[in-house]
Design a protein around this ligand. Structure first.
Ligand code: GCB
Length: 859
């Protein structure tokens, strides 16, 4: 139950509880709805369970794999423990608070709070901080002698491979155990190692001696070196298994047993030559990934998360940047199994608080991350502080800013020192935003072993064509430091298509060009150790508005994991096996307006491949052969109304092909065409893009000027935003619709709209939203453009007439409805005497507007 009052103790209510299953978040709906904001506060979970016979004589712990972000645990009304931080595991001892009677009911109550807390990272960020018990919760029932004496939520056992070569591998097992029984125990640590085929390659007992009651001991056990180890690599993710048991020397009983996997590999970064694994060069190519999913928020079953990693692997990637926080163990397990190298980071994003509490929490989060994920062979670096100088505090007070930056540097030094000490076998990294000078001056490029750069050249700023030079500059200006491009990406709203793509039009086509440029440059420069696309999938970011409010659209998959053309591009660039894919498969419904005298509409079809050249066929007829240029080949295809079957065949030996079926809704130039009688038309005014409206099963067409016999606007100019980057339209969330892009563009000062439809009965729907003076509620700090100014307000009052009949009287959108609010006006009309549909816009004050128009034939 939600607890907006944030009470200290479990509200003693029998009513008001809602049954839920864990993993759970209370923000799965409100983080995506039209209303800005989502619940950030306290919530309670309560579970009542029967005492189990198996608990007798055991010690019990509650293990939480992830609760966002402040948690308090109560057992039978008494506080059992608490934890701070939303992305790591914690373990709470509960034995002493459980009721003893065999038949007793045990009540466990957990309070979770996802409020803003200035002492807990992340303070802000481009993602939604879903609250709740969003990962698995388990009850651990252990023998009183056991490994798991909560050590930063880890298993209590750490396996390292200090030295590995093709000839031999050293293996070290260390950890701690506790004797919580009432008697002294003589204990043995038994380690058994199995090779990737399951053959036991080592087994030995190691005496721990006598451990008295209540005593905790730490041990380090160096195993004899293994010769000719099977090496772990992306091509062959061979995993060894280490089974460690605590054995009672007197009785031979196994008191606790843990099974971990490990991999034999060695690696290094080189400033000029990039990354080497097992002595061979690898470019670390892959994706960054957030953990949320459509309809589920961050409460995503592990199996679904693992599917993501399969998709990343399937595109030919070898690296996962687990951003911006540690994710489920299942994610790293899958990296180990699939052969994806990984970096893991804590949620220190964009800014810090200069408090002791914040520092302590940050250090603890880092240690939790290292200890909990220590045994994954896929992890090669520990990361912290993503773009930590982005929301630079005190930027207007130079001397205070200096102190702030110095405090950031100090925290980085402390994190670095602690990390290197906790794990001397891996690298460290800090990913920065693309402001070399800022990070250099702050000393943040010196501290970690590898520098990450998040580069949005050709998106938030800069010219796409200059990206290759930007890479050279990074190499030259931070000498002596290996680096990766830890982020780069462009929004691609999968519903938007532009055949003349422009920066910030949010079209899939612009994003495809963007990634093509980046991939080509990154792959051609050996000093770039690797790059991770931002992001694998679209993800929730409540503060974002734009074409798909509350979602960041930089994914190469949608938030429900449908591949965009950009994903196919990655497959074409990175796959080692022959690849061929028609991008249009994701665009199986198209529409377009024919030119005068033509009964086809020519539109581009993009094909992605790594096979030299290919031939495209439309309904069996060849459209010619094309070479792939940087993995894309484009054909201009003359689509006809109805079904169009496309097939592409790779030339050469690999007889590879792909097919797509496209249902094309052709709008004839002559609306009274007998061949294709008019049915419906949906037009987005002031917009050169095509918009696929899944809710209404239709395509909204770009606007055009009126031509006799056809359709189009009369007078006016497209709304052009002077603020932000958007080339046209507004980036404001339009409340009351899922068709934001259609409402976000408009024609200003429109005089009329004409459609020369044949005689009949029609429904005309006009779509309005006032855009001027409506700004994004939050200006995203990622928009590095300095000139984000407010658009001027404009007063307007206007009426609309349909053939002289008043159908909208004295519209004053802001006054009558509000700014940026979706408004619809419908009218029905019978057209006689071939006079077509004629809408007239009459200004009473200011310039009339229209955002979109839909006309349907009823009879
Ligand atoms: C960044 C941030 C990331 C954002 C991304 C974006 O630089 O590190 O959290 O989501 O840019 O899409 O703007």
């Amino acid at each position: 139950m939600k607890d907006p009052k944030n009470q200290a103790m479990l509200p003693n209510l029998d009513a008001g509880w809602q049954p839920v299953t864990v993993p759970h978040t209370w923000n799965a709906v409100d983080a995506f709805d039209d209303v800005p904001g989502y619940y950030r506060g306290a919530g309670w979970y309560k579970i009542v369970m029967k005492t189990q016979a198996a608990w007798k004589g055991k010690v019990l712990y509650l293990q939480f794999d992830g609760a966002n972000q402040e948690t308090e645990v109560f057992v039978n009304g008494k506080k059992a423990g608490a934890h701070i931080g939303g992305y790591s595991r914690f373990i709470v001892p509960v034995t002493d608070l459980m009721r003893n009677e065999a038949s007793a009911l045990q009540t466990i109550a957990v309070k979770v709070n996802n409020r803003f807390n200035k002492d807990i990272a992340p303070l802000s960020g481009d993602f939604t901080f879903f609250g709740g018990l969003y990962r698995k919760v388990s009850l651990l029932v252990l023998n009183p002698v056991h490994f798991n004496d909560p050590d930063h939520g880890s298993s209590g056992l750490y396996i390292s491979t200090p030295e590995v070569s093709a000839a031999k591998a050293a293996l070290k097992v260390s950890g701690q155990l506790i004797n919580k029984s009432a008697a002294t125990k003589t204990l043995v640590l038994r380690n058994l190692v199995k090779d990737p085929q399951g053959q036991v390659v080592y087994s030995d007992d190691f005496s721990l001696g006598q451990i008295s009651a209540g005593k905790r001991v730490a041990f380090t056990h160096q195993l004899p070196t293994l010769s000719n180890p099977v090496l772990w690599s992306p091509e062959q993710p061979a995993l060894y298994t280490v089974i460690s048991s605590i054995v009672d020397a007197q009785t031979g009983a196994v008191l606790d047993k843990l099974e971990h996997r490990t991999g034999m590999r060695w690696f290094r970064f080189d400033v000029n030559e990039g990354f080497f694994l097992n002595g061979k060069p690898y470019k670390l190519m892959g994706a960054s990934r957030h953990q949320d999913y459509k309809g589920l928020g961050n409460a995503v079953p592990a199996a679904l998360q693992v599917e993501d990693l399969r998709k990343i692997k399937a595109m030919g990637a070898n690296f996962l940047r687990v951003a911006h926080y540690p994710q489920d163990q299942a994610v790293l397990d899958a990296c180990d199994e699939l052969g994806l190298l990984a970096s893991l980071e804590t949620p220190l994003v964009s800014e810090i608080t200069e408090s002791k509490a914040f520092t302590n929490n940050a250090l603890r989060m880092q240690m939790e991350m290292i200890k909990q994920h220590y045994n994954h062979p896929s992890i090669i670096m520990w990361t912290y502080m993503n773009e930590i100088l982005l929301k630079m505090q005190f930027k207007d007070a130079e001397s205070r800013k200096k102190i702030y930056v110095e405090n950031v540097r100090r925290l980085a030094l402390a994190l670095e020192k602690m990390t290197r000490r906790a794990d001397p076998y891996r690298y460290t990294m800090i990913p920065n935003h693309h402001s070399i000078k800022t990070y250099k001056e702050a000393g943040l490029t010196d501290i970690p072993m590898v520098v990450g750069w998040n580069v949005y050249h050709g998106w938030y700023g800069g010219d796409l064509a200059n990206f290759p030079e930007a890479l050279d500059k990074l190499h030259a200006e931070v000498p002596g430091k290996p680096f990766m491009i830890t982020e780069y990406g462009a929004d691609a709203d999968p519903r938007i298509h532009a055949y003349k793509p422009e920066r910030f039009d949010k079209s899939v086509e612009y994003a495809t060009r963007f990634h093509q440029t980046y991939l080509k440059a990154i792959l051609s420069k050996p000093f770039v150790a690797g790059a991770q696309v931002w992001n694998f999938a679209d993800f929730a970011s409540e503060d974002r508005e734009e074409t798909m409010p509350h979602i960041n659209n930089k994914g190469i998959m949608t938030i429900d994991r449908q591949a965009k053309n950009t994903y196919f591009l990655y497959c074409a660039f990175l796959s080692k096996t022959p690849y061929l894919k028609i991008g249009a498969a994701a665009q199986d419904r198209r529409s377009g307006s024919a030119m005068q005298g033509q009964d086809v509409v020519t539109q581009p079809v993009e094909v992605f491949g790594n096979v030299g050249d290919a031939e495209l066929f439309l309904d069996g007829k060849s459209m010619g052969k094309k070479n792939f240029k940087d993995h894309i080949a484009v054909w201009n295809v003359p689509f006809q109304h109805g079904k169009n079957a496309l097939k592409v065949v790779a030339s050469g030996a690999a007889r590879l092909e792909d097919q797509a079926s496209i249902n094309f809704n052709l709008i004839p130039a002559d609306l009274s065409s007998k061949k294709l009688p008019f049915k419906a038309l949906a037009i987005s005014l002031g917009d050169p893009r095509y918009f696929e409206d899944e809710t209404g099963n239709k395509i909204w067409l770009p606007d055009q000027a009126y031509r006799k016999g056809s359709w189009g606007y009369i007078g006016g100019v497209p709304y052009k935003k002077e603020t932000g980057h958007q080339p046209f339209g507004s980036d404001k969330n339009i409340v009351g619709t899922a068709l934001d892009p259609v409402f976000q563009t408009q024609r200003l000062g429109l005089e009329g709209y004409k459609l020369d439809v044949p005689n009949g009965k029609y429904e005309v729907t006009m779509y309005f939203a006032e855009l001027m003076g409506a700004e994004m509620t939050t200006v995203l700090p990622y928009n590095l453009l300095p000139s984000y100014k407010k658009s001027a307000k404009e007063d307007r009052v206007f009426s609309v007439y349909l053939h002289g009949h008043l159908i909208a009287n004295r519209l004053d959108l802001p006054k009558q409805f509000g700014l940026a609010l979706a408004v619809q006006k419908k009218a029905k009309v019978i057209i006689k005497d071939n006079k077509g549909i004629y809408l007239q816009f009459k200004a009473i004050e200011g310039r009339p507007v229209l955002n979109a128009l839909e006309v349907k034939r009823l009879a």
